[in-house]
Design a protein around this ligand. Structure first.
Ligand SMILES: Cc1cc2nc3c(=O)[nH]c(=O)nc-3n(C[C@H](O)[C@H](O)[C@H](O)COP(=O)(O)OP(=O)(O)OC[C@H]3O[C@@H](n4cnc5c(N)ncnc54)[C@H](O)[C@@H]3O)c2cc1C
Length: 400
């Protein structure tokens, strides 16, 4: 790629100089000139009011591929201790929508060795096909073997879209597969849609510290790969439809991998499971102190809820880091989310806006949290929460 400046069109306005984040463009004799530290970011192209600057791709380096060969949506599952991660089922829900919009099949990919008995059960989650790659060694996650198997499957079957959980495992193998196949990958998507005209996948994710939502397309390469954090999409309900099942045996041995798994250690510090919680009571800076968090905890206990909080409460050491909800914490989608003394910053909202019912308690009637809340209580949480606790204690709550 290279930046081309058309001297005849350039008016010397200097917009490009101001726009360059690297100071890599200057005016010489009232014409824009590139400096050697240009990193081809393209900011000057956007800034030029007379379209005198263009970013040109070197045609020789861009391999043109026939996009029409690629068909189908794939969801790649991961597992730990013989259980498929819940994000895989959530992706099946979104994957079905995308596949229906494109009129193609939805395929569920599992690499493992202990799922033969469970495939019939999985097959009722709305996919058209399950591809089950079996090998005893795949009971554990081997980064290089996953990359090898998945890349080979993609080359052979040519899916157009691949969805992967943005978990530590997914974040490890997804970019390696994308690099191997020269495919586009968008990490940590919060929205996925199809442009019905171009059939491209529209991959939306927060950027610039969560202040902007960017929608990314991959128009010229396939497959279009996206990772999605747990809790963003809803898992489909089990239905009647059954998928076809294809089993492929791989005869891997330990020596086929550059790594050797000696022992799998669970390093999770707590048993907090916000991602699967049905009810969450979350506190923010408005709670006032670590001591006052006992009030939030009491409300959570009465409701059989998990306790969560905003990033500030973690930074103030009022709450353990595992309980942080938001862009740099956990993404949740419970049936009920009660936000107490949380203002509703975008970085918090992106982590909880998919909750079924959101209740906000805040003394500021203009707090942005009320824009996403289904029910709002304007008041001091120190007065409101004791009333709620009393009421809930007097009511026979079905905590399911
Ligand atoms: C890159 C980046 C990533 C981030 N990631 C996250 C993230 O993952 N999660 C996250 O939460 N934040 C995140 N943040 C921080 C975020 O921008 C906000 O600063 C934070 O969410 C605010 O927390 P808060 O709502 O608890 O506090 P505040 O914004 O201070 O809000 C406190 C609220 O409490 C209300 N209040 C005060 N007293 C009472 C009372 N007695 N009764 C009722 N209401 C009361 C106030 O009216 C106010 O609305 C991130 C920021 C950046 C830049």
């Amino acid at each position: 790629m290279s930046i081309i400046i058309d001297d005849e069109l350039c008016t010397g306005c200097g917009n490009c100089v101001d726009s360059c984040p690297f100071g890599a463009i200057e005016l010489k004799n009232e014409k824009a000139k590139l400096l050697p530290n240009c990193n081809l970011c393209g900011a000057c192209v956007e800034a030029c009011p007379v379209e005198a600057i263009s970013l040109e791709r070197d045609e020789d380096t861009v391999e043109k591929i026939d996009l029409s060969q690629f068909k189908g949506v794939w969801v790649i599952a991961e597992h730990y201790k013989k259980r498929i991660h819940s994000v895989a089922f959530q992706l099946l829900g979104k994957g079905r929508e995308l596949a229906d919009a494109l009129g193609v099949n939805l395929t569920f990919i599992i690499l493992g060795n202990s799922f033969d008995e469970k495939l019939e059960d999985f097959s009722q989650y709305g996919m058209d096909e399950i591809i089950y790659v079996r090998s005893p060694i795949l009971k554990d996650y081997y980064s290089d073997l996953y990359v090898k198997v998945i890349s080979e499957l993609i080359i052979e079957n040519k899916p157009e879209i691949i969805l992967i959980g943005a978990t530590p495992t997914g974040r490890d193998f997804a970019p390696r597969v994308a690099k191997r196949l020269n495919a586009g990958l968008t990490a940590d998507c919060t929205g996925l849609n199809i442009n019905l005209e171009t059939k491209n996948l529209l991959q939306t994710r927060p950027t610039f510290g969560g202040n902007i939502m960017a929608t990314i397309r991959t128009p010229s390469s396939r497959p279009q790969m996206a990772t999605v954090r747990p809790g963003i999409f809803k898992a489909p309900k089990k239905g009647e439809k059954k998928a076809s099942i294809r089993k492929i045996d791989y005869s891997f041995e330990e020596k086929d991998s550059v790594s050797k798994i000696v022992k799998v250690i669970n390093t999770s510090r707590t048993t907090v499971n916000l991602e699967d919680a049905k009810i969450i009571v979350a506190g923010g800076r408005g709670v006032g102190s670590k001591d006052n968090f006992k009030l939030i905890e009491e409300l959570a206990n009465v409701l059989g809820a998990e306790l969560g909080g905003s990033r500030i409460t973690v930074e103030l050491n009022w709450l353990e880091p595992d309980r942080q909800i938001g862009q740099t914490g956990v993404t949740v989608s419970p049936k009920l989310y009660i936000a107490c003394g949380i203002s509703g910053a975008i970085q918090h909202i992106v982590g909880m806006e998919n909750s079924n019912v959101i209740v906000a308690i805040n003394k500021d009637p203009d707090a942005p949290i009320f824009n996403v809340a289904h029910y709002g209580i304007v008041g001091d949480l120190n007065e409101v929460i004791p009333i709620l606790i009393k009421e809930f204690n007097n009511t026979n709550i079905n905590k399911e």
